[in-house]
Design a protein around this ligand. Structure first.
Ligand SMILES: C[S@@+](CC[C@H](N)C(=O)[O-])C[C@H]1O[C@@H](n2cnc3c(N)ncnc32)[C@H](O)[C@@H]1O
Length: 205
């Protein structure tokens, strides 16, 4: 696989949050709580990452000048907080989410906080990736049948410089397979792994 690991150091947790990041996270957490309490039909695949750690990791990535460009994509965006945190840093940020109710929630939070982040309902899983069908059967928490939305976005996977994902345990190789097959040379894949924290990979062809 052409993905190279970039070690993240312990200093990340001491970094300051971006301006307005804490307000955004508070607003989103309130909306998530309201949604979870009110929603009778549970969306089983939706859980949230550590938004504070994510913001600090983005600070670290920016501070170390690791980005090759300014486009961000969140695969499986949920409430879209990662997408909005990237937009706060001036990135052109889009989130892709399969669940229409979550897309609606993300758009409402974005409107409330005045974010330029954009959200698209559909799948981040591109069609026709070699070898993907063989491993798709092992993945239980990603919708693999629905069509992707890159045409609607107007950018293909190889036009993003940073992709963020929060995979369910054991499913990260599915996401990495897509990234390795489709991302541009130098693009970064950031992922959240619960207690193990964040991981960062770079595409090197
Ligand atoms: C673990 S949640 C992560 C939410 C958000 N990224 C975060 O970190 O807080 C994964 C999300 O992926 C969505 N999802 C599952 N399959 C998808 C697909 N093929 N395309 C887009 N979203 C998908 C689920 O509905 C869920 O909201």
């Amino acid at each position: 696989m052409p993905l190279q690991s970039i070690p993240l150091d312990g200093s990340i947790k001491t970094l300051a949050y971006a301006d307005q990041a804490e307000d955004l996270i508070d607003t989103a957490n309130e909306a998530i709580e309201t949604f979870m309490l009110a929603d009778l039909e549970v969306i089983e695949n939706f859980v949230t990452c550590d938004f504070h750690l994510l913001d600090q990791t983005m600070s670290w990535i920016h501070g170390n000048h690791l980005l090759t460009g300014n486009r961000f994509c969140e695969w499986g965006a949920g409430f879209g907080v990662a997408t909005m945190l990237a937009a706060l840093r001036g990135m052109q940020a889009v989130g892709i989410e399969i669940e229409p109710r979550l897309v609606h929630q993300a758009e409402e939070v974005a409107q409330r906080v005045g974010s330029s982040a954009r959200f698209f309902q559909g799948s981040f899983v591109p069609r026709d990736v070699e070898g993907l069908a063989e491993i798709a059967g092992e993945v239980k928490n990603v919708e693999t049948e629905e069509g992707d939305v890159y045409d609607e976005i107007g950018w293909e996977i190889d036009e993003f410089d940073l992709v963020f994902m929060f995979p369910w345990p054991g499913e990260e190789s599915f996401f990495e397979h897509i990234f390795a097959a489709c991302a541009a040379d130098g693009a970064l894949l950031l992922s959240y792994h619960g207690r193990e924290g964040m991981r960062l990979l770079r595409q090197e062809r």
